[in-house]
Design a protein around this ligand. Structure first.
Ligand code: XLS
Ligand code: NI
Ligand code: NI
Length: 436
């Protein structure tokens, strides 16, 4: 079988001095960082929908992406070529995983039965390719947002038939994710939200979303799929208000409906930006609550209010992301999924490889910087010092539950607060910069 992407060579590590665009400058899979190899510490994944399916369309312009299947008129022939292309790309780039939606790998047919048959055919091809390839599935998911039947949502649709169709889709997606050995399963709330409360029963919709997730967990148990369930927060787009708006909202939702022991979060940098948070905030919240599961590694544009899904090249961000992940002891079964696409103007096949290389090199630098930061204690020490007063005396007494408003009033009357220490923000930012 000839290569799908003959112009992309196997990408080698050439080191920081290399000026060849299709080579790693920082990502050296075998290099040890903090007792683990970079490959173990980073667990990269390719996003099927962006890398194999995105056409470069925007609201003002047509497709630009030059892809070898553009000339094929049979959609299943194109689907087979894309799957072979996914394995080839991941192998050439040393990316160990890919993530997919059901509809990315096989196009929807006229009936659900026929669509599922198409899926079976492509899944069989993927399994065949896995026999000789190291590439594995990080997570699967179902596309519950593209088809017009989901115009008002899927699990939160006013239509029970749409809810049922979505259930059937997730049932099949769970089966094929299991079939492909997927390590996780993601729920991103595609159109689970609203445009206006004038036509929305928010209480019913949220309850239905919880029902849907509970049924998914029950079915996973039934078929013996033990992958980690993940919810991916996003505050808006496509709906004005998405129910899973950020890490804290998702956590509250999981607690409210008794789902917290079954789900963790898949956090995406661009979604954090849209939510008005830093990615570090989202990661910290999840790690503090033991629900950090996986990461969609991309970046947005601070000047644009939408999900531009750019490849992650901001070293400041990759460093802080890796710092939180290291503090979390890694991501377990999760990984760093490049939920990112080359810009519309980066339409060559080589750009696809260059974009992944840029992301991988940026995360390699982030990992190294974060590990050094951690080893040095440069941030840990001042942090511990800032809160040291909570370890003894009045602080320890409050924390142990021994104090009341009465006793604290007495303490306040007896002694005025000690002089406050400085927060030292600029000094800390300068320390961080020394590690980049
Ligand atoms: C869209 C989401 C989506 C999920 C998977 O904004 O990021 O790509 O990751 O459905
Ligand atoms: Ni995503
Ligand atoms: Ni996104």
């Amino acid at each position: 079988m000839p290569d799908v992407f003959p112009s992309i060579p196997r990408i080698a590590y050439e080191g920081p001095g290399s000026d060849r665009p299709l080579a790693f400058k920082r990502y050296d899979p075998a290099k040890a960082v903090g007792g683990r190899t970079m490959a173990q510490g980073l667990r990269f994944s390719l996003a099927y929908w962006h890398s194999l399916c995105a056409k470069g369309i925007d609201p003002f312009g047509d497709a630009t992406m030059e892809r070898p299947w553009n000339s094929l008129s049979d959609p299943m022939e194109a689907a087979r070529m894309r799957m072979r292309g996914a394995f080839e790309l991941t192998e050439k780039l040393s990316i160990p995983f890919f993530c997919f939606h059901d509809r990315d790998i096989a196009p929807e047919a006229d009936s659900l039965r026929e669509t599922n048959k198409r899926l079976d055919e492509i899944v069989a091809l993927a399994k065949e390719l896995m026999k000789t390839s190291p590439t594995r599935v990080l997570w699967g998911t179902a596309n519950l947002f593209n088809h017009p039947r989901y115009a008002h949502g899927a699990a939160t649709s006013p239509s029970p038939e749409a809810f049922a169709f979505a259930a059937a889709q997730v049932k099949k997606a769970l089966e094929i994710t299991k079939e492909l050995g997927g390590a996780n399963y993601v729920f991103w709330g595609g159109r689970e939200g609203y445009e206006t409360l004038l036509n929305t029963d928010m209480k019913l919709e949220r309850e239905n979303l919880a029902r849907f997730l509970r049924m998914a967990a029950e079915y996973a148990d039934e078929i013996g799929f033990s992958g980690q369930f993940l919810i991916e927060p996003k505050p808006k787009e496509p709906t004005k208000h998405q129910y899973d708006s950020d890490a804290a909202a998702c956590h509250a939702f999981l607690l409210e409906f008794g789902l917290a022991d079954r789900f963790k979060l898949n956090l995406e940098t661009n979604h954090a930006t849209l939510a008005g948070h830093t990615m570090q905030h989202e990661l910290r919240y999840a790690r503090d609550h033991g629900i950090l599961g996986s990461v969609d590694a991309n970046q947005g544009d601070e000047l644009l209010g939408w999900d531009t899904d750019q490849f992650p090249t901001n070293l400041y961000v990759t460093t802080l992301v890796m710092y939180e992940i290291l503090k979390n002891g890694g991501l377990g079964s999760g990984g760093l999924n490049f939920d990112a696409k080359p810009r519309r103007g980066s339409f060559r096949v080589e750009d696809l490889a260059a974009a992944h290389i840029a992301g991988m090199d940026s995360f390699a630098r982030g990992l190294e910087a974060a590990q050094k930061l951690l080893d040095s204690g440069a941030l840990d020490r001042p942090l511990a010092q800032r809160y040291a007063a909570w370890g003894s005396g009045l602080g320890a007494s409050i924390r142990s539950g021994k104090e009341s408003f009465r006793s604290l009033e007495a303490a306040a009357l007896a002694a005025p607060p000690a002089r406050l220490e400085s927060g030292r923000q600029e000094a800390l930012e300068a320390i961080l910069n020394e590690y980049l």
